[in-house]
Design a binder for this molecule. Structure first.
Ligand code: UT7
Length: 337
């Protein structure tokens, strides 16, 4: 039973996840395929990251398409029709275009009403940021049903000639339907954080107001994602552990009370280091990065859907979601499923 202090977050009513869904594009890019594109090897990618393959969206398949497909599956599980949604939030660093936002495009694609729709950009932590924002709309009674989506077409900002980054990322989307359920505690707490002093570690410098698109920015490769992998790795482990510990502490929970930990799927070594430091068993850690690579804002959303649909999580279980990404940003959420 949850300690009543865990309910400090409830402004009158709780917020539960009543449905989850995900979608990944059909095309699979394997490590063997990458060996033909850059100077790399299946052995290097597997031992350094754990990734074996990733999904790549078709040329005419955009972030909003992936998001809409994941959303339709989450709505189906929740037993909710598109016209019942009161708000759509999309977390992404690869929107279809700078504006209008991707959430508006998803609204049209799934046939929702003229409800509010906006995007959140917190990179790989975006889905947890979106969950926190969405739950506040439920708890304040501003909305009955909120659709939260993490969706990315990272292949569109990947430099396919840079072996340091092109082996790491993939495309996909995951979605959750948030509602108040009288029989469940739902989201118990969410811890969010950011450190703008380290913005340079992981970024796409071109295309914004600081560096508007021009022939020169394209020639300089400024529209590709770039990352200082080693520094990002160290920061990821530290930030994910401290966010997870703070979330557990707030709920007065020990790690062995958590049924399933869903960490951001960036690198198997990061997942294992976070698991070790939290004192988790390998059985508690959900891992699917070997199939999809790092899908940024979609990562924990896809993993949550797979954990639920594979039977690893049942109603009443306690789960811990923890993510880290560019910004730097990080977040952790404890949920009574
Ligand atoms: O989602 C947001 C957060 N993102 C992350 O958390 C990612 C964090 N970082 C990482 O996952 C790891 O740092 C990487 C997987 C990116 C790199 O692993 P690493 O153990 O830190 O390797 P490294 O950067 O130290 O590179 C070691 C060597 C270098 O060669 P030299 O300089 O030692 O001769 C690289 O050039 O590996 C080389 N290398 C590769 N070799 C073959 C880098 N990429 C590749 C590659 N294939 N794809």
């Amino acid at each position: 039973m949850i300690n009543p202090r865990a309910q400090h977050n409830f402004l009158g009513r709780s917020c539960s996840i009543s449905g989850v869904g995900s979608y990944v594009p059909e095309r699979i890019l394997t490590n063997a395929d990458l060996e033909k594109m850059v100077d790399t090897s299946d052995e290097w990618i597997t031992t350094r990251t754990g990734i074996k393959e990733r999904r790549i969206a078709a040329a005419n398949e955009f972030t909003s398409d992936l998001a809409a497909k994941a959303a339709e599956r989450a709505l189906k599980m929740a037993g909710v029709t598109a016209d019942q949604i009161d708000l759509i939030i999309v977390a992404s660093i690869t929107p279809d275009m700078p504006f209008p936002n991707t959430a508006c495009l998803v609204q049209q694609k799934i046939g929702a009403r003229r409800i509010p729709a906006f995007d959140i950009e917190a990179a790989c932590s975006g889905f947890i940021y979106a969950l926190e924002v969405g739950q506040n709309f439920i708890m304040s009674r501003a909305c009955e049903t909120v659709l939260v989506i993490g969706a990315e077409k990272l292949s569109s900002i990947t430099n396919w000639t840079d072996r340091n980054t092109c082996v790491l990322f993939g495309d996909g989307a995951g979605a959750a339907v948030l509602q108040h359920r009288p029989d469940a505690h739902g989201l118990l707490t969410t811890v969010l954080g950011a450190d703008g002093a380290k913005a340079g570690l992981l970024s796409m410098p071109g295309g914004g107001s600081a560096c508007p698109a021009s022939a020169a920015t394209v020639a300089d490769g400024l529209h590709f994602l770039r990352m200082d992998g080693k520094e990002t790795f160290k920061n990821a482990v530290q930030a994910m552990c401290s966010a997870a510990n703070e979330a557990l502490q707030r709920c007065e929970l020990q790690i062995d009370q958590i049924k399933c930990i869903i960490p951001h799927q960036a690198n198997r070594r990061i997942v294992d280091a976070v698991g070790d430091r939290l004192g988790a068993t390998p059985e508690q850690l959900f891992v699917n990065l070997h199939k999809y690579g790092n899908t940024s804002a979609a990562s924990v959303a896809i993993a949550l859907d797979e954990a639920v649909h594979s039977g690893k999580i049942a109603r009443g279980d306690l789960i811990l979601i923890v993510a880290f990404g560019a910004g730097l940003t990080w977040g952790a959420a404890v949920i009574e499923w």
